[in-house]
Write a protein that binds this ligand. Structure first.
Ligand code: PGA
Length: 264
């Protein structure tokens, strides 16, 4: 079981959404909720992952937020540093713009954009070398789950991660378990199934590193205010990676509140 001192994370993955004006409005609305009911960094790490050209405008818009909100890149290049790599943004370039967090290995990147295991590993390596914190996504497909392979697939993805993370870099890793069949489908894993997988991931991480008990493991896949409280009650679910519901400030704020360790 996880260490109950793990601070939860709730991160909004905006994917290829929305238009600039709407993203600014979304941030203004979120700031308003956080002003009325602050959530401290000790209670929950809150983050938003906008499209790459909105990273800096959103960072700017968050400067006067009363509760800290982290700005997270949705991806980065597998090439490091700077150079002749048209269309790419490296970890060093993100860091140079004070973007300190990045999602890697999201199933949409793996399935639609051909991020294979070697690409994902190169990205993790580059991100960590550049000093970024990585939110590393894992998850099985419906076919894999139905074939009884879910655990094996996910633990293999954790083993892939372990091949590139150095002993002193684990504190810069957050894991997000997102069963592919639950993403954008309205189908959430039951809290029991999610907890069971999170416990397996926890055990896997603990075998690899002494940091394993401290690593936040987020759940993703149709998280919404209606299921957030139940998911948050599971001992090894330390937050959420939220897609669709993060495009609505009220829903996203409510999910963050469900996970935040608020002493009321
Ligand atoms: P969803 O997406 O909440 O819309 O299912 C989650 C994700 O893909 O990160």
């Amino acid at each position: 079981m996880s260490d109950s001192t793990i601070t939860p994370w709730v991160v909004g993955n905006w994917k290829m959404n929305p238009m600039q004006a709407n993203s600014q409005q979304l941030i203004q609305d979120l700031k308003q909720y956080l002003k009325q009911t602050p959530i401290t960094e000790q209670q929950c790490h809150i983050g938003v992952a906008p499209i790459s050209i909105a990273l800096l405008p959103i960072q700017q818009a968050l400067l006067d937020a009363q509760s800290p909100v982290k700005v997270v890149a949705q991806d980065l290049s597998r090439m490091a540093g700077t150079g002749a790599y048209t269309g790419e943004v490296s970890g060093e370039l993100l860091k140079d713009s004070q973007i300190d967090y990045v999602l890697i290995g999201h199933s949409e990147r793996r399935e639609i954009f051909g991020d294979d295991v070697e690409h994902v590993k190169a990205k993790v390596l580059n991100a960590l070398n550049a000093g970024l914190t990585v939110i590393y996504c894992v998850g099985e497909s419906l076919e894999q789950r139905e074939a009884g392979q879910a655990e094996q697939v996910v633990l293999q993805q954790i083993c892939d991660l372990a091949t590139v993370v150095k002993a002193d870099q684990w504190h810069n890793i957050v894991v997000a378990y997102e069963p592919i069949w639950a993403i954008g489908t309205g189908k959430t894993a039951s809290p029991e199934d999610a907890q069971a997988m999170h416990a397996q991931i926890r055990q896997g991480l603990a075998q690899i590193t002494a940091e394993g008990k401290n690593i936040a493991i987020l759940y993703g896949g149709s998280v919404k205010p209606e299921n957030a409280v139940e998911l948050a009650a599971c001992p090894d679910i330390n937050g959420a990676l939220v897609g669709g519901a993060s495009l609505n400030a009220a829903s996203f704020f409510e999910i963050a509140r469900a996970f935040a360790k608020i002493k009321e």
